[in-house]
Design a protein around this ligand. Structure first.
Ligand code: C2O
Ligand code: CU
Ligand code: CU
Length: 479
């Protein structure tokens, strides 16, 4: 990883094989060293110039997940970079501070390339971000640490060869990596740490929490979501993190005994893979009552082949005492109100038919644009997931949105609900990806204002990468 401060300077990212075990990485050369999947650091308002060089033997393109960006720079897969060729990105960082990321987006091959490790973080910084670091006396690389979670199947070499079952539910690994390392540990002192977590898995959902060695759960603070800092810190003891979602956390080890252990863990949950099994004749349709639910593996250490198991991911070893911690600021960021128009909801139904996951009964077609939105309007989208379905992590390119309401959520979300609209702590900030559970309706509000000349095309899709590659994706025109 390593932080590569862009500072307006052009950088070449070369997508290339990494090592001899089938892994891929974005490689940059800067400041006299090599960076593999660098964390690109930019200030809000900075111009960015990146050359993507394809050093692989298949086409690719990089997408800037979470950024407010024009279609030409979005990397949505309409334009691909052939092996040996390059693509020039030139854009301005228009987002507030937050942890964004970049990953490949060649339709049909996104899952394979991402699974092999081709992705990195993009940290945007601004005045609010700097004020927070000053107030907490934390610095990146010191008490502020990014944690990129993803899973891997079997031992190296990395082979991506999904079965019908994997295409249906997603590709789950049996080993969890944190910052590319299996079962890592981190020496900490009795102070406050900021962990900025990305779920970079193809399909796995984490039910994240911190557990002490005496078996008790350790509460923590949620301070930010996909699109940056919350207005104020929210105390919680766990949260769900779906593929592509980010969570900015403060964990305070003050008061714990030196020599003690804390684990970042994923707790057992019902993965609700409740759709029908694919039939051999390929004629599988979602049918209520015919679903099956996987029992959550009871735990241990292994993640198991499917979702919902309990396991520890990262061990914190408390190695020393730290000084008294500065007080937490009550406000993290200035509130931003989203002007609701009171117009009709745009309905989006997530379903499964004829062997494929669909949005409004459609699958992706690069020549069809089923959603057309008028520029500068605020729309509310009502995303409804069938009962006989599975959770889908719905992502919109180009815009950060707000979660307005959750209805008919599954029971396992009840302990996490924080307000009368059924929302969770993770719903209270800016989002670009929202997890929609079976049977659930999630209403989101999106301001389609953008500063770009002409019509722009974006994508709305499930970030379970097997579902995305399978066509659970629609084009959105903002005209
Ligand atoms: Cu992170 Cu179209 O995706
Ligand atoms: Cu995206
Ligand atoms: Cu999905």
């Amino acid at each position: 990883m390593g932080r590569l401060v862009l500072g307006g300077q052009p950088v070449t990212l070369r997508a290339a094989p990494h090592g001899n075990r089938g892994a891929l990485a974005f490689v940059a050369r800067a400041n006299g060293r090599h960076y593999f999947n660098p964390t690109l650091v930019a200030r809000a308002g900075d111009p960015v110039r990146i050359v993507l060089a394809n050093g692989m033997d298949e086409p690719t393109i990089a997408h800037w997940h979470g950024l407010t960006i024009d279609t030409a720079n979005d990397g949505n897969g309409d334009v691909l970079v052939a092996p040996g060729s390059t693509f020039d990105y030139a854009f301005t960082v228009r987002n507030r501070a937050g942890l964004y990321w970049y990953h490949p987006h060649p339709h049909g091959a996104t899952a394979a390339q991402a699974y092999r490790g081709l992705f990195g973080l993009l940290a945007v910084e601004d005045d609010e971000e700097r004020a927070l670091r000053r107030a907490l006396q934390i610095a990146p690389g010191d008490a502020e640490i990014p944690l990129v979670l993803h899973d891997r199947r079997g031992a190296a070499p990395l082979r991506y060869s999904p079965s019908d079952e994997d295409v249906l539910h997603g590709w789950y690994g049996d080993e969890i990596l944190v910052n590319s390392t299996p079962r890592p540990f981190l020496d900490v002192t009795t102070r406050r740490y900021r962990f900025r977590v990305l779920n970079a898995s193809n399909a796995r959902i984490f039910r994240l929490g911190f557990g002490r060695d005496n078996g008790t759960a350790m509460p923590f603070l949620l301070i930010g979501t996909d699109g940056g800092l919350l207005e104020e810190p929210l105390a919680t003891s766990e949260l769900f993190l779906a593929p592509a979602e980010r969570a900015d956390l403060l964990v305070n080890f003050t008061g714990l005994p030196v020599g003690g252990l804390v684990h970042l863990e994923s707790r057992a949950f019902d993965p609700m893979h409740a759709e029908v099994q694919p039939r051999r004749d390929g004629e599988s349709d979602a049918a209520p009552g015919k679903g099956h639910t996987h029992a959550a593996p009871s735990s241990g250490g292994a993640a198991g082949g499917s979702d919902g198991g309990a396991f520890a991911m990262l061990q914190f070893r408390i190695r020393g005492r730290a000084e008294r911690q500065p007080p937490l600021p009550a406000r993290l960021s200035a509130p931003v109100a989203l002007p609701l128009t009171g117009g009709d909801d745009r309905p989006l139904r997530l379903s499964f038919a004829k062997g494929r996951w669909r949005i409004n009964d459609r699958v992706y077609d690069m020549n069809t644009t089923p959603i057309v939105v008028a520029r500068a309007t605020v729309e509310t989208w009502l995303i409804r997931n069938y009962h006989s379905s599975m959770p889908h992590a719905m992502h919109l390119h180009g815009f950060q949105f707000r979660v307005v309401e959750r209805e008919t959520s599954p029971d396992q979300l009840s302990p996490l609900v924080v307000d009368a609209r059924g929302r969770l702590a993770t719903d209270l900030g800016w989002k670009d990806t929202v997890l929609v559970w079976p049977g659930e309706s999630v209403r989101i509000a999106i301001d389609f204002s953008h500063p770009f000349a002409g019509d722009q095309i974006y994508l709305f899709h499930c970030h379970n990468l097997e579902h995305e590659d399978g066509g659970m994706m629609l084009r959105v025109k903002v005209a």
